[in-house]
Write a protein that binds this ligand. Structure first.
Ligand code: DC
Length: 193
């Protein structure tokens, strides 16, 4: 991080999956002309790569090593190694894998620098689980956005259906409950206000 970075304002928006924090964060960033960091997308990109490479979620060293070669491009679409992965990383199996690998302290540490480098003038809106607690503890504004697990499962169901993916509401509800428990109870940077 550069010496001037702490003077650049950060708005941290944390919360559980499918709470709508991404939508809110993007709108706030657009309204203020700030940069936007979707930290969940970073975990999803690593998850996608790990699934393709056959790396298991308990292999923290191999997962952290994947980050060194990660050069994502975030614009309207997200590209990885020249491939448009915008839709691929939103698949439910990738989200579940992201939540499973996110318990690894080595991976979280490896992703820190990438996230800090997003703090550019005139400011940053960062969305995730640990933006206000770990990544940008000096953020000027910290928001914790949540909703009932039922409302979030329905939201995710609509998102997936609109993208043409098959979705089952009961299975999604179960999935979200398991991810909430994993994201909230892990030792490294757990989800908390
Ligand atoms: O916000 P999301 O659903 O795209 O995030 C996917 C997973 O990534 C989430 O279940 C946990 C992990 N994650 C994290 O551990 N820390 C973050 N700052 C963002 C996401």
């Amino acid at each position: 991080m550069s010496a001037i970075a702490p003077t650049i304002p950060v708005i941290a928006i944390d919360g559980p999956t499918a709470s709508g924090k991404g939508t809110v964060a993007q709108r706030v960033a657009a309204a203020l002309g700030y940069h936007y960091l979707d930290s969940g997308a970073l975990y999803r990109l690593v998850a996608l790569r790990a699934l393709r490479a056959g790396i298991t979620p308990d292999d923290g060293v191999a997962l952290a090593a994947l980050v060194a070669t990660l050069q994502p491009r975030f614009a309207d679409r997200i590209t990885l190694d020249g491939e448009d992965v915008t839709d691929a990383i939103r698949r439910e199996e990738v989200g579940v894998m992201a939540s499973r690998i996110a318990v690894q302290p080595a991976l979280r540490a490896a992703l820190l620098d990438l996230q800090h480098r997003c703090r550019q003038p005139p400011g940053l809106v960062a969305d995730g689980r640990d933006m206000g607690t770990v990544v940008f503890p000096d953020a000027q504004t910290k928001v914790f956005l949540t909703a009932s697990v039922e409302a979030r499962a329905y939201r995710r169901y609509k998102q997936l259906s609109e993208k043409g993916f098959s979705a089952n509401l009961a299975a999604l509800l179960q999935d979200l409950k398991e991810r909430d428990a994993r994201d909230s109870n892990r030792a490294a940077a757990p989800l908390k206000p």
